[in-house]
Design a protein. Sequence first.
Length: 221
Amino acid sequence: MDGVPPDDRPWGRAEQAGAFDAIGDRYDQAFPTKQSQLTAGAWLAGTLPPGSRVLDLGCGTGVPTARQLVDAGHRVTGVDLSTGMLALARENVPEGEYLQADIAHLPPGPPLEPGGFDGVAAFFSLLMLRRSEIPETLRAVHELLAPEGLLALSMVEADVDDVPIPFLGHTVRVSGYLQDDLRKVVTDAGFEVIKEDAYAYAPASTDVPPERQIYLCCRRA
């Protein structure tokens, strides 16, 4: 699969991407109400200057974040590992630019140039990584941002590292932090946390349990 780096674990990146290829637009059906994500996206879209370049890290289907940012007049580059998700994003938000890549191993060079983005959105994408990969990914995001650039991110609160869970008829592996620990990981990577929120969320699908979602709105320090 293009864009998927070698992974010597018995269950790795290719399987993770394949699960989301198969899930497709059922992801949005399972999470039809994303008000908290829209609120964080509105902060990012409204705080950035008009026409900013924004990286949607783990863009999924492009809904709601890439769509929200484009509608606000920003230029969006979406990155995802799943071919199926990227196909849906191109259909849902054709104004965006898209790249298949592992967010833990972002390829150097255009369109991912150091300092080339005014903002980054990373909604529920970091949780697909191992904990050992998350700090380095955040440092890479720091380098992609212009000085004073903004980052909006979210994760499900959970004290877990690379554990398999059932998800919409498939298995995915996820990691998470408790809220105080996530804040420290983000600030250690060079970000100032401007705003912080947490919400209880119950997905529409009974295959996905209720969760507590953490949102951090940050600035590159």
